[in-house]
Design a binder for this molecule. Structure first.
Ligand SMILES: [Mg+2]
Length: 166
């Protein structure tokens, strides 16, 4: 299914060439929290994520924390990074993406939506018309619900390479 397919898959955030993305019209990044910039349920942020934010600033791209996590955690992390945030974003629903794009006066084609999960980050970003980037999760630990979604992701992935034996 097309909505479950990221436009780009990267192993790590440093693989993204932000100057190049700026050249292609990207003006904002909506970035996921858990397992994308921070190991699961921690408020520590990876050095790589900090570098991404610095590089984005230099390139003229606004980075926004875009997470299903609650207000208090999102605020703490976002403030420590000096970026704005949308908490309880209800990914994969597109409403909060649209709200954020409206507030930034940007179209989906000007936004990179980055995250580690197909069924929230990729699906939500694709529904909102953003350019979606799937990252490798930072840690194996995650919610039981997420583990189930990973199982479905694997099934979805497997389906694509299934060869019928008649
Ligand atoms: Mg995540």
């Amino acid at each position: 299914m097309k909505l479950l397919q990221p436009d780009l898959t990267v192993d790590c955030l440093s693989d993204l060439d932000l100057a190049d993305w700026y050249g292609r019209g990207i003006r904002a990044i909506f970035i996921d929290l858990d397992n994308t910039i921070s190991p699961w349920r921690q408020n520590s942020v990876t050095g790589e994520a900090r570098q991404l934010i610095d590089k984005a600033r230099q390139a003229g791209i606004t980075v926004v924390l875009f997470t299903n996590a609650g207000e208090i955690r999102a605020r703490e992390v976002a403030w420590s990074l000096g970026i704005s945030y949308y908490a309880a974003a209800k990914k994969p629903f597109a409403a909060m993406y649209r709200k954020a794009m409206g507030e930034l006066a940007l179209a989906g084609s000007e936004v990179l939506a980055i995250g580690d999960q197909v069924f929230t980050d990729v699906l939500g970003g694709n529904r909102a018309g953003c350019i979606t980037v799937l990252t490798s999760p930072l840690s194996e630990e995650e919610y039981a619900g997420t583990k189930f979604l990973r199982f479905l992701e694997r099934l979805a992935g497997r389906k694509a390479v299934f060869h019928r034996r008649d």
